[in-house]
Write a protein that binds this ligand. Sequence first.
Ligand code: DGU
Ligand code: CA
Ligand code: CA
Length: 197
Amino acid sequence: EVKPPETITVNATIVVPAGETFDGKGKRYVANPDTVGDGSQAEGQKAVFRLEDGATLKNVILGAPAADGVHTYGDALIQNVVWEDIGEDAMTIKESGHVVIKGGFAQHGSDKMFQINAPSQFDIINFTARDAGKMIRQLGGSTFKTSVYIEGSVITNMNEAIFRTDSSTSEVKMVDTRYSDVGRKWYNVKNVTESNN
Ligand code: DGU
Ligand code: CA
Ligand code: CA
């Protein structure tokens, strides 16, 4: 017998303290729309999970509504995390760090999947991304440098791009990845390296 995952309603952002690990053990977390966010395109919603520097989030399903998803403050590892129905966006890099997403998938975003609001190294490994406006967006008008690395992933149905930036110093390297219907693919990215895609 395969049981559906247990669903937990999140009434206030779950904070994962610096250096600690939150293991969701495969449970589904949904935002309380009144206190965290309804998952619409309205800005100012709260995160379901806030990762402090060096935190790990793993084995979590974010169900609808997913509000403003996951916020990172510094280094973070996001492993085997699934966004069943992206909220305003799926994940935001709020403060600089090395953020790694390994495994898992995200789908059904009206606009952005991953939002980068601070200079960072952002690695996406063995991930499936489908059905969104764009997979990765560096904060509009910002000129800081972001380095994106994508490996072993599957990316389908992005209306606009895989990565869009306004920064001439930001870069992307993509290897061993399959993609289709991704719009302009690289939208204003000046430094692109690709192999085996
Ligand atoms: O229009 O600040 O989409 O963090 C500009 C906004 C926008 C952010 C971003 C986010 O860049 O709200 O969700
Ligand atoms: Ca937004
Ligand atoms: Ca957001």
